[in-house]
Design a protein around this ligand. Sequence first.
Ligand code: FAD
Length: 463
Amino acid sequence: MRSCDVVVIGSGPGGYVAAIRAAQLGARVVVVEREELGGVCLNWGCIPTKTLIYSAGLYSEMQQAAAYGIEVKDPKVKMPALIARKNEVVKKLKSGVAGLLKAHKIEVIKGHAQVAAPGKVTVGEQTITAKAVIVATGSGPGQLPGMETNGKTIITSTEALDLVYVPKRVVVIGAGALGAEFACIWNAFGAQVTLVEMLDTVLPLEDEELTKRLGAIFKKRGIDVRTKTSVKKVDADKKGVHVELDGAKKGAVEADVVLVGIGRTFHSDVVAKTPSLGVKLGPKGEILVDRHMETNVPGIYAIGDVVGKTLLAHGASAEGLVAATNATGGKRAMDYRVVPACNFTSPEVAHVGLTEKQAREAGVDVKTGRFPLTASGRALAMGHTDGLVKIIGDAGTGEVVGVHIMGAEAGELIASAALAMTMEATVADIAHTIHTHPTLAEAMMEAAEDYLGVGIHTMPPKK
Ligand code: FAD
């Protein structure tokens, strides 16, 4: 029997961050992890995908090198080397997490944990008692009826990250962040990609003005985008996979590989398999928590994907900081008002705050400002002019309610919009901030100026 102050189950960006913060606050902390330190994000999510995306971008640039005045002869993709590099990046970061946990004197126990009672966690034969439990068990790929994955030809993102070859023909089911990112990777590497999405646009949760443009860019690049289309049937045999589609772009598509990029299952069995606990779950199996990240059972907290709120690594970490504070006697509430997100497609699409549609539905007196990257000196110099910055403000107060960016480095640029929103800045505050020239970041200032009707590099309305 071990005893500690806080036991954290799961070591993803939710769990390990919560564990470190609890230790910083003076708690004796134990982390239980059944697979790899760093969780999905580090091992099978954010980091490996971004490593492949970087290679895909580099390869595309090399193919267009002549346009930049550089001769590159016949660049070739070597998938085994690329996957090996991805594994090295993951390994390095994983040892970084292990080092941090060790430095904070956090004990890591390997195994499958189960919450047996409030303050009591079992791992096989071992029992750990603690004042508080933080469940950070995350989520896994969803299995859809009739589209069960077989790990070889019908796969999830986990297997896709270890493919040591570029499939000739791929069908990607779901054009959310995960599906759209893989569609871009395979498209860049020369695969014939069909991207299927039931809703009206690719990246259906993003601002429509941007996603309509992104869909057009995808099509121009040769991705067969089939929105408003659903999958009727998926049949795998020795020759490949036969996919039947229904809806706006119905028909049959033959593929070598099908990526099922929709749906997540929440790893709530860690509490659900102990019914006597009485921890409440939501309709999708997510663990229900209050603003303090506490479940209905005092002393049992839950954070990250398993609570089904942001499904983002940094969302999990932010929730982890809140739970760690509360689990060690403090009082903090989670604020979801400013949670930036980026889809690392090509070009990237990032946002913070509300889309124009959401703002209207929320009764905001919507006013918008825009700046196209075709007018940005830096974007032109880089040869990456596909994109725009769009600012949504409240016409009454002038406060920023949403920022949407499509273009190179959108994921980096959205951070300053998140800071602006955290500081409750007005659009005028952004317009009055002197930005470095020539940078992509200037486009934010220009969009703010456009909002105010004083854009220097925006064409005036025709009289
Ligand atoms: P996880 O990272 O899922 O970690 C949970 C951990 O708990 C796992 O290690 C698991 O082994 C362990 N565990 C589960 N049950 C038990 C148990 N009973 N006992 C012991 N251990 C247990 N998010 C972004 O913000 N940016 C991105 O670019 C991004 N890209 C992504 C790309 C892909 C392909 C995928 C799949 C996801 C991506 N995400 C991205 C989402 C991100 O990975 C998750 O939001 C994040 O990992 C959630 O963190 P978490 O700590 O809640 O859980």
